[in-house]
Design a protein around this ligand. Structure first.
Ligand SMILES: Nc1ncnc2c1ncn2[C@@H]1O[C@H](COP(=O)(O)OP(=O)(O)O)[C@@H](O)[C@H]1O
Ligand SMILES: [Mg+2]
Length: 236
């Protein structure tokens, strides 16, 4: 197994406030689905945002395939994010005045190369079951449909890591199962590594690995030898 992304001695303090992350050490293997659990305010989003290059740590380093991300200059950092990273969030963040098709197109690589090419648009939208929604606007869609469009936008460029911050936080059981199942499918089909923050323990049962963050540190780190299928999750 190969490490794809590594956080090394990550500390974070916002302005003069208390320390939010206290020396987090985390190595993630490629083509895995990792769930991050932990109470509100424990630092989960802060950690994910640092690993995805959206936020600078106060101290520590992030490595992607052996290259340091935290030392990249702004331009190279932007390029790295554009080429290797995808993000989805609880509130979808689609552009309301663009159609579904246009929202997804935004996520495409502008200059695909032989090594780094976009996924096939038609195949992806079919897989995500949004092929009939392409001419609609986000306001005409349900939450579950919007999140599947947001997934399409995030993965059309075939990122190597997809960061998901409470991506099912606003969805009901049926839609959450669908989204989690599709993310597993993306991992399987395209080898995308998934990091998924949630409060939902059922989702953690589908993961290869479950990490718990408490008070700015990793308090548990568990390899799940027998993950369940997303469709077999049972809501408590
Ligand atoms: N930009 C910021 N400025 C100041 N404090 C922040 C900022 N972002 C997060 N925090 C604080 O850091 C703590 C951890 O936040 P967060 O990482 O969002 O936690 P979680 O995702 O686990 O709920 C919280 O107390 C939050 O208020
Ligand atoms: Mg959060």
């Amino acid at each position: 197994m190969k490490t794809i992304i590594k956080a090394e001695g990550i500390y974070k303090t916002f302005q003069d406030e208390e320390e939010i992350l206290k020396g987090v050490q985390l190595e993630v293997e490629e083509n895995t689905f990792t769930v991050i659990l932990g109470p509100s305010g424990s630092g989960k989003s802060t950690l994910l945002n640092i690993m995805s290059g959206m936020l600078k740590p106060t101290a520590g380093r992030v490595w992607f395939r052996g290259e340091e991300v935290t030392s990249l200059r702004e331009n190279d950092l932007a390029k790295w994010k554009r080429n290797h990273i995808g993000n989805i969030f609880q509130n979808y963040l689609l552009l309301e005045n663009l159609t579904v098709r246009e929202n997804i197109e935004i996520g495409k690589r502008q200059k695909p190369t032989a090594d780094e090419e976009n996924l096939d648009f038609d195949e992806l939208v079919k897989m995500l079951q949004i092929e009939d929604l392409l001419d609609k606007f986000p306001g005409q869609l349900s939450g579950g449909q919007q999140q599947r469009v947001a997934i399409a936008r995030a993965v059309i460029k075939k990122p190597e890591v997809l960061f998901c911050d409470e991506a099912t936080g606003a969805l009901d059981e049926e839609n959450s199962k669908k989204v989690v199942g599709l993310l597993h499918e993306l991992k399987k089909r395209y080898g995308i590594t998934i990091l998924f923050i949630t409060h939902n323990h059922q989702i953690s049962y589908t993961a290869d690995r479950v990490i718990t963050i408490k008070n700015g540190q990793i308090s548990h780190d568990y390899i799940n030898e027998s993950p369940i299928e997303a469709k077999d999750m049972v809501w408590e």
